[in-house]
Design a protein around this ligand. Structure first.
Ligand code: AMP
Ligand code: GLY
Length: 423
């Protein structure tokens, strides 16, 4: 088979690392890819959002399966375009990707199908939003309706902060059209976990559990990021809780989407808040989590290609997944300053040495080639992912890799996986 992966981050590097192990695969392309991916796949100079050019490429190269990594091409309708061209593609279509692309859409879906989540209301009128905040009080959460590169959610600890968020989104339009409408919802307390399931629109195949660390600094301090590290399995998700999540959230979500005439296929990412053993939905994403994909894929024993193909073709009922009985931990190495401004094009040392370590993978998230060297190119730069017999060993393995890698101002957390150890 010839496979095309769309995207160029740590998630796509991990997907390609896993796909490359399949005996079914003859050639892998990645658009646009990155220097780490280039060791396993042929990188193509087409951006992840250039849907028409990607479709032309897939037709010209007779690609057997295209796997979409990030959310933006999904919400732009890349799957619809590929399917119309008769190409197999993994991911939800444009209508189904609204589950991530519109907070209002996902909140309405959950309300319709009694899926547990925070109480909420949607507003397009600024005065009405302000009145609702006054009535509800703080803490309260303000969300821009559309995609805002992970920055459109403000967890407000005071009414003043919530009002300021509504002003920024609705009056100053800091997220552009993504903020034409806002969702204001109840603050949920608890522990967060990420839950993933493959689905063909009817059948579901849950993945192993995982959890990420969203805040930039140790002890969950500082601003939210795309994720500073992740681990799998996540002890907070006990077998009982796993079943509860599947039965009260994942199944009704997939059944509800089908019922609404908008069947969802691909991988569903459910962000959860867990309190007293009860899971509630924080958000849905229409894609694999990043960095969660990195430890999850290192633990996956089965060939992933038949699973991706079955989702794309609408028949997952004969497929299963085996997992290694090991733990995996991913430590994100980021540019100093992230998630705010940071310096780019800084040469990274130690990659060759780290590549020699067994049960360790250095997935590239934001690197580039410059003057014959690999340099940092965005906020999250590397996902150093280690496998071990247990969480402690996996943590040690990942940090042994981190210790070998260096560049100016590099920033990473020192406590990835600690929450799992403490349980
Ligand atoms: P989202 O983009 O919806 O994942 O939100 C980003 C982060 O904001 C989540 O991972 C949570 O940490 C936090 N968050 C979102 N909604 C809520 C809520 N209703 N209560 C508490 N925290 C929330
Ligand atoms: N790790 C969070 C995300 O992928 O959105």
């Amino acid at each position: 088979m010839k496979i095309l992966v769309v995207g160029g981050g740590g998630r796509e590097h991990a997907l390609i690392w896993k796909i490359a192990q399949s005996p079914l695969v003859k050639q892998i392309y990645c658009a646009p890819g990155n220097p780490g991916i280039a060791e396993l796949a042929e990188c193509v100079h087409i951006g992840a959002d250039e849907i028409a050019a990607l479709c032309d490429f897939a037709k010209a190269e007779a690609i057997d399966l295209t796997v979409i990594g990030p959310e933006v091409p999904l919400t732009l309708g890349i799957v619809d375009i590929f399917q119309a061209a008769g190409l197999d593609v993994f991911g939800p279509n444009k209508a189904a990707a609204q589950i991530e692309g519109s907070k209002g859409f996902s909140k309405d879906l959950m309300a319709r199908y009694n899926i547990p989540t925070a109480a909420y209301r949607s507003f397009t009128d600024h005065a009405a939003a302000v009145a609702y905040i006054k009535e509800q009080g703080a803490p309260i959460v303000v969300k821009a309706d559309g995609l805002a590169a992970g920055k459109g959610v403000i967890v407000a600890m005071s009414e003043t902060q919530a009002m300021a968020a509504v002003d920024d989104i609705m009056l100053d339009k800091v997220f552009g059209t993504a903020g034409a409408s806002v969702v204001i919802e109840e603050f949920m307390d608890g522990e967060e976990a990420s839950f993933f399931a493959f689905t063909d629109g009817k059948n579901i195949l849950p993945l192993a559990s995982s959890q990420d660390h969203k805040r930039v600094n140790d002890n969950d301090e500082g601003p939210n990021t795309g994720g500073m590290g992740a681990y799998s399995p996540a002890p907070v998700v006990t077998p009982e809780l796993h079943d509860l999540i599947v039965e009260t959230i994942v199944r009704p979500t997939i059944a509800g989407m089908a019922e609404d005439g908008c069947p969802y296929s691909g991988i569903l990412y459910v962000g959860l808040m867990i309190k007293d053993g009860q899971p509630r939905v924080v958000e849905y994403n229409a894609r694999f989590g990043d960095p969660e994909a990195q430890p999850l894929l290192m633990r996956m024993k089965s060939d992933i290609v038949p699973v991706l193909q079955a989702c794309a073709r609408g028949d997952l009922s004969h497929t299963s997944i085996q997992w290694h009985d090991k733990a995996a931990v991913c430590v994100v190495m980021a540019s100093g300053g992230y998630p705010a401004a940071f310096e780019k094009n800084l040469p990274i040392a130690g990659l060759d040495a780290a590549a020699q370590v067994q049960d360790l993978m250095v997935f590239h998230a934001g690197t580039a080639f410059k003057g014959g060297q690999i340099v940092n190119n965005s906020g999250r730069v590397l996902g150093v992912t280690g496998l071990g017999q247990n969480v402690k060993e996996a943590i040690d393995k990942a940090y042994s890799g981190v210790a070998m890698i260096q560049w100016k101002d590099v920033h990473y957390r020192h406590d990835i996986g600690a929450r799992a150890l403490n349980r």
